[in-house]
Ligand binder design. Structure first.
Ligand code: HEC
Ligand code: HEC
Ligand code: HEC
Ligand code: HEC
Length: 236
């Protein structure tokens, strides 16, 4: 009997551990949440190539580029699992883009493609924003990292831009991007240059400095020194 009770307790502990581990991975939620507080970034992002990435998968769109990369310009690739991983947000992850039930807030390369799945850290943004407003209290960025927010960026860019056979990036695996420097030299990817490309990246707006300390992203100071005041959105 004692043994049985012990075994039951042990499996209960194991179940609880498994449940909390599963809970620990944040979900993708889509840009509507982010945009409700960061309206300026959302409106700026909407004008970028990243926002329109899903449109490139439609039949007839970018026909010449597709032909050159040996794709079929008349085919509809918008539900193709070999494409949507890089042209939508969070494909194959909890809460992320599902080609069978496309959610319009997850189409294109959205906020969470670069900043990380947001279900946990966005709650900290709310909390920190309120504490800052009331008491000028700040929060360490490290807490956001623990909730799944990305500050390194480069690996995320690489996973889409440098994911092809023979790539200098070590993480490359199928499905690969059809648009490689071999197809056309203009597909060459240089992080330091690309992250400053304001056709592709949203504009930067001045932060109140609610979050402090490491990790500070590369070019953070540069972006903030040129940033303009933004409009904060309503909360949902
Ligand atoms: C309830 C409002 C709210 C929501 C929702 C929200 N944020 Fe924030 N976020 C804030 C506030 C407040 C700050 C602090 C801004 C400041 O320092 O001026 C912040 C800061 C940030 C920063 C800058 C962090 C730094 O290094 O200082 C990023 C990046 C960001 N948010 C991205 C996002 C993304 C992506 C989402 C959606 C997953 C999101 N936020 C959702 C309120 C929100
Ligand atoms: C989820 C995949 C994904 C991630 C992550 C991603 N990109 Fe992209 N990026 C794309 C796709 C797809 C396009 C092409 C959009 C289109 O035209 O259909 C693109 C386009 C661009 C372009 C424009 C290229 C041109 O020829 O005009 C730049 C610059 C760029 N990305 C930079 C970055 C940087 C910098 C990062 C990281 C901070 C990043 N991207 C993260 C998928 C991604
Ligand atoms: C591993 C990520 C990845 C996959 C998978 C992927 N793409 Fe892309 N795609 C990109 C990136 C990154 C770019 C931007 C390249 C650039 O401009 O530097 C892009 C750009 C494009 C463009 C625009 C090219 C141009 O010159 O404007 C089209 C069209 C496109 N992709 C279609 C597809 C189709 C169709 C598939 C599936 C068969 C696919 N992609 C799969 C990452 C990917
Ligand atoms: C292609 C990658 C990419 C996408 C997509 C993206 N961001 Fe960013 N974002 C960045 C980078 C890089 C920075 C600069 C980080 C820094 O300076 O700390 C940044 C900075 C920010 C900041 C800090 C203040 C500022 O303006 O620099 C906020 C807030 C933010 N992003 C919100 C968003 C929201 C909301 C979306 C979606 C509508 C979004 N981002 C989409 C890459 C991206």
């Amino acid at each position: 009997m004692k043994k049985l009770v012990f075994a039951l307790c042990a499996s209960a502990v194991l179940l609880v551990t498994l449940a909390t581990t599963a809970e620990a991975a944040p979900d993708y939620e889509g840009r509507k949440k982010c945009g409700s507080c960061h309206r300026s970034q959302l409106e700026s992002w909407e004008k970028t190539a990243h926002a329109k990435a899903m449109d490139s998968l439609a039949p007839k769109a970018k026909a010449a580029a597709k032909t050159k990369a040996r794709l079929d310009p008349n085919k509809d690739y918008r539900q193709d699992v070999d494409c949507v991983g890089c042209h939508a947000t969070g494909f194959d992850h909890e809460g992320g883009f599902d080609p069978k039930a496309p959610n319009k807030y997850l189409t294109g390369v959205g906020c969470e493609s670069c900043h990380g799945a947001g279900s946990d850290y966005r709650l900290l943004h709310r909390k920190a924003g309120q504490a800052f407003e009331k008491k000028q209290q700040t929060m360490p960025r490290q807490q956001l990292v623990e909730a799944g927010q990305e500050f390194g960026f480069e690996e995320r860019c690489n996973a889409c831009h440098l994911n092809y056979e023979g790539s200098p990036w070590k993480g490359a695996k199928k499905p690969y991007t059809p648009f490689t420097p071999k197809v056309d030299a203009r597909y060459h990817f240089d992080y330091a240059r690309a992250v400053r490309n304001d056709q592709a990246m949203h504009e930067h707006f001045k932060l109140d400095k609610v979050f402090t300390g490491p990790p500070v992203p590369s070019f953070h100071e540069e972006f903030q020194s040129k940033a303009t005041p933004g409009v904060k959105g309503r909360e949902d």
